[in-house]
Structures are given as C-alpha cells and as structure tokens.
Ligand binder design. Structure first.
Ligand code: CCH
Length: 374
C-alpha cells in the first residue's frame, strides 16, 4: 500500500507542474485539482503566468488528467484486484489438514457421543462402528473394488442394501461434524467415527491414516458383499477371505459384537450380545464359551438366547465361532485374555478400515488419537 502510494506520488510529481504542489498532500485520494482551480481563478483575476500556461498550451493539463485517471485506476486495482498489479493474490497454499485437525474432529465426535446419550443403550458408538465396518467390508481383494475409499453408501443403491438398514442413524449423526469440518471427506470421517467409537467405548487405540476420497454413485458395490447372519462357517470364511482376513482376524473382529444390539426393524434379529453393550470388553467370547445357548422361541429369524437370563442373543454366525474348531481356538484365547483380544482386534480393525485405500502416507505414519478420558 505504502509503496503504491509512493509510486503514484512520484508519477504525479514528474507530471504537469500545476499538479506538483497538490499531490504531496492528496495523491492518495487523487483530488489534486485545487491548485489548478486556483490558477484558473488567478487567470480570471489577471494572473498572466497562469494564463500562458493553460491557454497557450493545454497539453500539460491533458497529460496530468491522464495520469490522474491511470493513478485512480491503479488505486482501485490495488484495493480491489491486487493480483492485477502482481502485489498480492498469489493463490493461497491449499489447507493441508494435520494431526491436530483430525484430533479436533475426533474430539467433536467424542463430545457428540457424550451429549447424545439417549440413543439405544445410551450411545451412538455401536452404530458408528457398524457404519465404518460396512463401509470397509465391501472390499474385494481380487478386483480391488469396494472398501473404505469412497463412502458410496451415501447413494441409494448401496445405502438401501439390506445389510445397511439402520446405518442412516450413524450417517446422520456425523452430518454436523462434516458441517463443522468441511475439509474432511465423508470416507475419512466415517472411519474416524469408527475409531472414535471404539476408543470412547473403552476399546484399544486404533491407529488411523487419513487420505480416503469420496467417490460417485458409479463406485457403489453390488449387494451381497457383507455377511449374512443366517449362514455357516463357509460363508463367513468366504466373505472375510475375500477381504483378505484369516481365521484369527475373523474371530478377533467378531468380538465387536460385545457392542450394540440387533433391531427387529433393521436386521429382523433382536437383542444385545452382552450385558454392557456400550463398553468394549472380551465379554462376547466369555459369554459364547461359558453360557448355555438355545434357539429362541419366537416369530422371528433363527437366533439364539442365553438359557439363564434369556436376555442376551447370538446370531447363527456367532455360534459358528464356538462350533468350528479353528475359530474356537481363538475365541478361547480371547475369552481368557482381554489384552490378546484388544491387540488382535486393533490390528484387524486397522487393516479393515484401510481396505481399498491408496494412501500417500506410509504405514509407519499412522496417528493415534487421544481419547476423551486420556
Ligand atoms: Fe455385526 N451385526 N456382523 N459386526 N455389528 C449386527 C450388529 C453389529 C454380523 C451381523 C450383524 C461384524 C461382523 C458381523 C457390529 C460390528 C461388527 C447386526 C444387527 C447383525 C445382523 C444389526 C441391527 O439389527 O441393527 C455378521 C453376520 C458378521 C460376521 O459374520 C464385524 C466384523 C463388526 C465390526 C468390526 C456392531 C457394532 C453392531 C451393533 C450395531 C448397533 O446398531 O448396535
């Protein structure tokens, strides 16, 4: 600004002499005409010097007026379009969110989880985790399609798949977070929602990498990529094997059913798996192994209930975990050792949440978020 004024003043000082005396005072606002008027008045009252100057040779006047115009235009450009003068307006460096920015998003989700404690068993945590898992669990390692890149569940074909019934509650829960942090992609946000849900429900840390991009409706995956709870071990192995998981990881991931519940208006099944459905523990494995389970007598799909209290449930696929020898081995390990469960669960969830994402950051640059109670 100062240098522009100086340049302008200099220009005026070297212009018609009639403007010299005024510019130093008022160049900034380009209203230097006072002396010219005075001179004219001088001529009217008989000032001969002035008369010669303006009557005999009006060129100076025109040059001066031209300079004034250019100056005014320059000032306007300086004020409103500085980039035209090459002064400012170089494109600002794009905002590159860093760990602190993602931690803020995490904190926001954690705050909302605490505030909205009137949902289901007192937390949106379980349904947030299910959203992150269903966004990721569509991955097919052979074709490289599906996975957590894309957030294609926003679109009707995928959002309407039977397996995704009820997940609108989780997507809607995260909308105000997206509005508060518009730079985050939906696909990164949904996974961060899953991470926050696990950690806020006292589960293990889930190291996180950002870098997912949202994709359009053409990237929706076909129906049938997520597991069907009425099926047996070969189905479980086919579904999780397609994603690239082995038996150990499959069993560890199933431990997520310590959280949340089934809803008759979503899956048709009913009830929670554990007595503490908003705290992640190895209770799912303990209960599977230690309790007696029997078919529930009811008018709904085939499911199991605990004989003692009849208040808990297991899906047919959950029961496969204790019936299949290889699966059971890991279920017994996790039932005995919560640390082993947390360690394997965390590793498997990190892999799950990164399926199908072409990250720029290497694996050793994952972030670990502080939980609200750290
Ligand atoms: Fe699951 N899950 N899940 N699940 N799931 C359901 C609910 C949750 C299967 C079926 C169901 C995983 C694996 C499997 C959660 C996390 C994970 C429901 C009830 C069905 C049915 C839905 C409803 O009615 O609302 C089957 C089958 C498999 C594997 O074979 C994995 C893996 C994870 C995460 C790592 C969570 C959390 C819920 C509770 C959701 C809620 O709304 O409370």
């Amino acid at each position: 600004m100062a240098s522009a004024s100086r340049t302008f003043s200099r220009a005026l000082r070297t212009a018609a002499p009639s403007f010299r005396s005024t510019t130093t005072r008022s160049a900034r606002f380009a209203v230097p005409a006072q002396n010219a008027f005075r001179s004219r008045r001088g001529y009217a009252t008989g000032n001969e010097e002035a008369k010669d100057k303006y009557e005999g040779n009006p060129t100076g006047m025109f040059v001066g007026a031209g300079i004034l115009l250019v100056g005014a235009a320059g000032y306007a450009a300086y004020t409103y379009k500085p980039e035209l003068l090459g002064l400012e307006g170089k494109p600002r460096a794009p905002f590159v969110p860093r760990f602190e920015n993602y931690q803020e998003v995490y904190n926001h989700i954690a705050k909302l989880l605490e505030e909205h404690n009137d949902y289901d068993d007192g937390s949106y945590g379980p349904v947030l985790l299910r959203l992150a898992w269903h966004a990721s669990g569509t991955y097919d390692k052979l074709t490289g399609t599906g996975g957590s890149n894309g957030a294609t569940m926003r679109f009707a074909p995928e959002g309407d798949h039977g397996a995704n019934a009820g997940l609108k509650a989780a997507r809607d829960f995260l909308e105000p977070v997206k509005a508060a942090f518009p730079w985050i992609t939906y696909s990164d946000l949904w996974i961060l929602g899953g991470v926050a849900a696990i950690q806020e429900m006292q589960g293990p840390k889930i190291p996180y990498r950002a870098g997912r991009s949202d994709r359009d409706v053409a990237f929706c995956t076909p129906d049938g990529r997520l597991p069907d709870a009425s099926k047996d071990r070969s189905h479980i192995r086919a579904i999780f094997g397609r994603m690239g998981f082995d038996d150990r990881a499959m069993v560890a991931l199933s431990g997520a059913h310590a959280l949340g519940r089934c809803h008759t208006d979503r899956s048709g099944y009913d009830g929670p798996w554990t007595f503490s459905p908003t705290t992640l523990t190895n209770d799912y494995f303990k209960l599977l192994i230690e309790e007696k389970w029997a078919y529930k007598k009811w008018n709904g799909p085939k499911q199991f209930e605990d004989v003692k209290t009849k208040s808990l449930m297991m899906l047919p696929t959950d029961m496969e975990i204790v019936k299949d020898k290889s699966f059971r081995k890991y279920a017994e390990l996790y039932a005995k050792d919560n640390d082993a469960f947390f360690k394997d669960f965390s590793n498997a969830v990190v892999t799950l949440f990164e399926l199908g994402v072409p990250f720029e950051h290497p694996e050793d640059q994952r972030w670990v978020f502080k939980s609200s109670f750290d």
